[in-house]
Design a protein around this ligand. Structure first.
Ligand SMILES: NC(=O)c1ccc[n+]([C@@H]2O[C@H](COP(=O)([O-])OP(=O)(O)OC[C@H]3O[C@@H](n4cnc5c(N)ncnc54)[C@H](OP(=O)(O)O)[C@@H]3O)[C@@H](O)[C@H]2O)c1
Length: 269
């Protein structure tokens, strides 16, 4: 089936990461032009560029810098013209959980700066790009997390940064139509997905047991699961009337296991 993505120009942020790289490859396989960003790891995108030299532009961007985000869009326009779709996928999470009373201002501000302010900046420049290049359709796809919905003890910085994606979607879906009448804004919330971000947790047997107790499908995601939802939302053919929606890709996840059986036994009166 033709998803109508061939010839579209898509910016994927965090394209060097576990999920972003697969999203980028799947868009390229559909015949799209992709401007993919990396922050520190150029290699994964360079490998893809060997296969798609005329369809992929790799740009180094720290999305906390307004200057760098502005230059990203200028480079993208120069390479492939109007940006039709932005996948705001880049994000960070601290590997070790920290209780809120021990969390430093530095960690709190850094997570919010990358995940929230960075996504705001990319969205801002995407919208000003739509103003510069008028067109009927456009699609902004935000990437949140199940942590933004269920919360996540010891990661309050991360969970707050991801729950904010809901407010961003609900506001921007009503702004985008003033720039592109058929413009859409949606949110994809991945659950546990095997990538460098989650690798440490997903190789810890106790942690896996806890996680799988909350997931009816009894498995975690692979990046292709997340990319599938993103390609669907990017496609005007498949999702042309879908805006302001959240797709959670988490195998039916119910929430969190808070205590082990031993821990609940010790509180019996
Ligand atoms: N994996 C999961 O279990 C999971 C679950 C829920 C939600 N998510 C979300 O899915 C998205 C992708 O996660 P992932 O698992 O693919 O993570 P990942 O493999 O760690 O990749 C993160 C990406 O973000 C980029 N990045 C980091 N800091 C940046 C900055 N300051 N400016 C611009 N880019 C920056 C990284 O660039 P470099 O590598 O080049 O430095 C990398 O491309 C994130 O938003 C994450 O929160 C992931």
């Amino acid at each position: 089936m033709d998803m109508g993505l061939s010839g579209k120009h898509i910016i994927v942020t965090g394209a060097s990461g576990g999920i972003g790289l697969v999203i980028t490859r799947m868009f390229l396989l559909e015949g799209a032009f992709v401007t993919g960003t990396y922050n520190q790891s150029a290699k994964p995108l360079n490998n893809l560029k060997d296969r798609w030299p005329d369809k992929l532009e790799a740009v180094k961007v720290d999305q906390t810098s307004e200057d760098e985000v502005g230059k990203l869009f200028a480079t993208a326009n120069h390479a492939f013209g109007r940006v039709d779709v932005l996948v705001a996928n880049a994000g960070i999470a601290n590997h070790e959980g920290i209780a809120v009373q021990d969390m430093t201002m530095e960690q709190w501000e850094n997570t919010l700066r990358v995940n929230l302010t960075g996504t705001f900046l990319c969205s801002k420049y995407f919208f000003s790009n739509l103003e510069m290049f008028p067109g009927e359709s456009a699609s902004l796809i935000l990437v949140g997390s199940t942590a933004g919905y269920f919360g996540e003890a010891w990661y309050v910085d991360y969970s707050v940064s991801k729950s904010a994606m809901h407010g961003m979607m609900m506001s921007l879906k009503n702004e985008i139509v003033h720039l592109a009448p058929k413009g859409r804004v949606n949110l994809v919330n991945p659950g546990w997905t095997m990538t460098p971000m989650a690798e440490e947790a997903l190789t810890d047997k106790d942690m896996i047991r806890r996680i799988l107790q909350t997931i009816p499908m009894r498995k975690t995601a692979i990046p292709e699961d997340i990319a599938g939802a993103i390609l669907y939302l990017a496609s005007d053919v498949l999702a042309g009337h879908v805006s302001g929606q959240t797709i959670t890709v988490a195998g039916g996840m119910e929430g969190r296991v808070l205590f082990t059986l031993d821990e609940t036994d010790s509180t019996e009166s």
